[in-house]
Design a protein around this ligand. Structure first.
Ligand code: HEC
Ligand code: HEC
Length: 159
């Protein structure tokens, strides 16, 4: 085994060991499929798939004709591609802390409906109207306004 091969093994292991040291931050994979990024980033930030359970993505993509009051309908092939991507990379495969406290028989429509999200934000007026306005956030789910690296899946103390 060459040194280069060895370092390919060591770097991921070192990253794993370093993770618990990063306080309470959340780091999940960003969307890597350009079709998902384009179609699902047209009206708001591109949400990393790991922010919702697979059942939420399935329900959402099945009802894009009325997506929070907007029409976000897609052709069948694009819809299948996006649904497959989001469900395959959902919270179950990312950081399961996101699902903490969520009853298995509920299908949250929004990230901001998740108990873990509420616990992190509904204290100290973090998403009160004044905080939204101060950060230029259009709604509570406008993560990127407050977490600059949200589309890259990085949510740390950055404000
Ligand atoms: C035509 C515009 C439009 C497109 C295209 C669109 N969305 Fe949305 N999306 C919205 C609107 C409007 C909201 C609700 C915003 C609000 O509450 O003010 C929303 C909300 C969301 C939320 C909830 C965020 C939260 O927790 O509040 C998620 C998740 C989401 N969209 C994912 C997607 C995905 C995945 C796609 C691609 C299939 C997509 N969106 C495409 C308009 C769009
Ligand atoms: C109006 C500003 C605002 C919006 C919008 C917002 N957050 Fe936050 N969020 C905060 C603040 C403030 C904290 C606590 C300090 C910190 O960790 O940066 C926080 C904490 C977090 C944490 C915990 C990080 C840690 O270090 O413990 C996560 C994860 C998170 N937010 C995810 C999200 C996601 C996902 C969205 C969008 C669906 C979002 N936030 C929307 C302000 C916001």
């Amino acid at each position: 085994m060459t040194f280069r091969h060895l370092s390919l093994l060591i770097i991921p292991v070192a990253a794993l060991i370093a993770m618990p040291a990063m306080a309470d931050g959340l780091v999940i994979p960003p969307v890597k499929d350009p079709v998902v990024a384009k179609e699902c980033g047209a009206c708001h930030m591109v949400y990393p798939a790991g922010l919702l359970p697979a059942r939420s993505w399935s329900a959402m993509t099945a009802t894009l004709g009325n997506h929070f009051g907007d029409n976000a309908e897609l052709d069948a092939a694009t819809l299948k591609r996006i649904t497959d991507y989001l469900t395959a990379n959902a919270a179950e495969t990312a950081d399961r802390h996101i699902l903490r406290g969520l009853a298995s028989d509920t299908v949250p429509a929004r990230i901001t409906d998740l108990p873990s999200w509420k616990r992190q934000h509904e204290k100290r007026d973090r998403v009160a109207p004044a905080a939204l306005a101060r950060n230029g956030a259009k709604f509570k789910g406008d993560c990127k306004a407050c977490h600059k690296q949200a589309e890259r899946g990085i949510f740390e103390d950055d404000d």
